[in-house]
Design a protein around this ligand. Structure first.
Ligand SMILES: [Zn+2]
Ligand SMILES: [Zn+2]
Length: 341
């Protein structure tokens, strides 16, 4: 693992090139790993942006909104509480023992918080969760905003009815949090209406970055993101649109606060990311559209993939270098992905 001590300053290249072609040594492995202190895994519970999109046209990629779990060094980190958080909560309740977790919110747009009132482990007295989020431009903390969405007449019960031990933390760009067991979390600001935060999890020289919702700049790469993503094993990035949609003359998406898969690859290449993952799928992008998008993405970057509900990317640090294991829950198709030694 190459150590980077300073922010990367790469020249901006609008041209996309093929990078990270897998060598003969690279291979695909599928295996089930249990949650342990030696595990580093990223699991996707909700991959859709803007609004939940259940239906026949989204069954393969999934319709739940943003929620990604990272298990590292025996710690459970949850990024965003979109409708996917409800599904994760159901899964966690199969384990009867008291549980601890760390829930990080990128921001409080609906597609990132609507699963929180339905996160059943938060109603169980023996459980405890640390909840992290930024302070909105109007001064509202994440605690305030999570509480507000549960007030009458929008929701039948207030947040105070949650019986788990909930500790709320206001966090800021530039902070580095130490969660113990060698797990640290770096925080950066993203380019999104009313602001959003990106997070990087570090553990034993490995790293995964969660960076949604964010819009790229027209003339340069985002230096905050370049630094956050430096040499990351996994980058989960807002690839809501294609470049064509983003620049469409009639329905341009400029200024909407989201990015494109082409920008994901530009950023990943400049920051030397091993596995770029396209995330926050547009609600209008059905399975066939996303299949086509993934073919285009992998033609340029074979190690990249599109996020799907149930997909797990696990890094086995006992192997020589990082090895990526594409896994799947029983309900989801197995995602096979080129891996790099
Ligand atoms: Zn969003
Ligand atoms: Zn948003």
């Amino acid at each position: 693992m190459v150590e980077v001590t300073a922010p990367l300053r790469m020249p901006y290249s609008p041209k996309l090139s093929v990078h990270h072609r897998p060598s003969k040594k690279e291979r695909i492995r599928v295996r089930i790993m249990i949650h342990s202190t030696e595990e580093f895994a990223v699991q996707f519970w909700g991959v859709r942006g803007s609004i939940a999109t259940p239906g026949l046209s989204t069954v393969r990629y999934g319709g739940n909104t943003s929620c990604v779990e990272v298990r590292a060094g025996g710690k459970r980190l949850i990024f965003d509480g979109g409708t996917g958080l409800r599904v994760l909560g159901q899964h966690l309740l199969k384990d009867k023992t008291p549980m601890e977790g760390h829930i990080f919110f990128s921001h409080s747009h609906w597609d990132h918080i609507q699963g929180f009132p339905f996160f059943r482990p938060a109603y169980v007295p023996a459980n405890s969760f640390n909840v992290y989020g930024g302070v909105a431009p109007n001064g509202a903390t994440m605690r305030q905003r999570l509480s507000d969405q549960m007030l009458h007449p929008n929701f039948p019960v207030p947040m105070q009815i949650m019986q788990a031990d909930l500790q709320f933390h206001d966090v800021h760009p530039g902070e580095i949090l130490d969660l113990g067991n060698g797990v640290t979390v770096e925080i950066a600001s993203l380019n999104h209406p009313n602001t959003a935060l990106g997070y990087r999890v570090n553990w034993k020289g490995h790293s995964a970055v969660y960076a949604t919702d964010t819009e790229h700049y027209p003339d340069r790469l985002d230096e905050n993101l370049l630094h956050l993503c430096r040499n990351a094993d996994v980058l989960v990035y807002d690839a809501c649109y294609t470049d064509e949609e983003y620049h469409d003359e009639e329905y341009s998406k400029r200024g909407w606060g989201h990015s494109t898969w082409q920008e994901a690859l530009r950023l990943a290449e400049a920051a030397h990311v091993k596995v770029p993952v396209m995330f926050h799928h547009d609600p209008d992008h059905h399975d066939e559209f996303l299949d086509k998008m993934e073919r285009q993405v992998q033609a340029l970057c074979p190690s990249a993939c599109l996020a799907r509900e149930g997909m797990i990317i696990a890094i086995d640090h006992h192997k020589q270098g990082a090895e990526f294991l594409a896994e799947s829950s029983s309900e989801s198709p197995i995602v096979k992905m080129p891996v790099s030694a």
